[in-house]
Design a protein around this ligand. Structure first.
Ligand code: ATP
Ligand code: MG
Length: 186
């Protein structure tokens, strides 16, 4: 017990999640969409450099487990894909506005499933809720968007990342601590 406590003291936790991180052009398009939703619905637009799509949320994790998570991620067999973000919606419960695809590419569903299965097999306690791919664009919105369907914003996905979420005075900051390529199609 005393040993475990001492170990915990030496090994602080990181708040971790696996995600898809947009390239600069996609990030700019998503940020423009966030600003448009913000002017329509109020709230707080996500900063350009924080926009992402969560694949698997791990939460508070001892730092010493990061190397194992890297090994798990390296085993993932995924293919790159195009993601057409053509929907926007809101969750009233937490006043979030998001954008997502009306059709989930099979390669994205397979990636999330493979990653989740490997994480569970490695002992990670993940939430039971089904994977629902979305990109949060606005928080604390005052209203829902008028239009649910938008012209698709195409995101070409070629890798996934492991990210540490760190709180600072300026708000949430995300630090990428690993990136793994997906196989090129064709
Ligand atoms: P903050 O909570 O400080 O406002 P945030 O929600 O962006 O900022 P985190 O709470 O660290 O940051 O979450 C990181 C990512 O994981 C976000 O995309 C968030 O939506 C997602 N996430 C957080 N909690 C869960 C959860 N319990 N299940 C699934 N995804 C989650
Ligand atoms: Mg949060």
């Amino acid at each position: 017990m005393a040993e475990a406590a001492a170990d915990a003291g030496r090994a602080p936790n990181l708040r971790l999640f696996f995600a898809l991180w947009p390239d600069a052009a996609t990030r700019a398009g998503l940020h423009a969409r966030a600003r448009a939703l913000h002017s329509e619905c109020g709230g707080r637009a996500m900063r350009r450099d924080t926009i992402h799509l969560t694949l698997a949320f791990l939460g508070e994790t001892p730092v010493r487990q990061v190397e194992r998570l890297r090994a798990v991620a390296a085993g993932v067999q995924g293919e790159g894909f195009a993601l057409d973000l053509d929907r926007v919606g809101s969750w009233h419960r937490n006043r979030i506005l998001w954008t997502g695809p009306s059709m989930v590419p099979p390669a994205l569903a397979a990636l999330a499933q493979d990653l989740e299965g490997r994480l569970r097999a490695d002992g990670c306690a993940l939430e039971a809720r089904a994977f629902s791919p979305h990109v949060t664009l606005v928080r604390n919105a005052h209203a829902a968007p008028r239009e649910a369907q938008l012209a698709p914003l195409r995101w070409t996905v070629g890798s996934f990342v492991l990210v540490a979420s760190e709180l600072s005075a300026a708000g949430a900051h995300y630090r990428t601590i690993g990136r793994w390529p997906l196989k090129r199609r064709g």
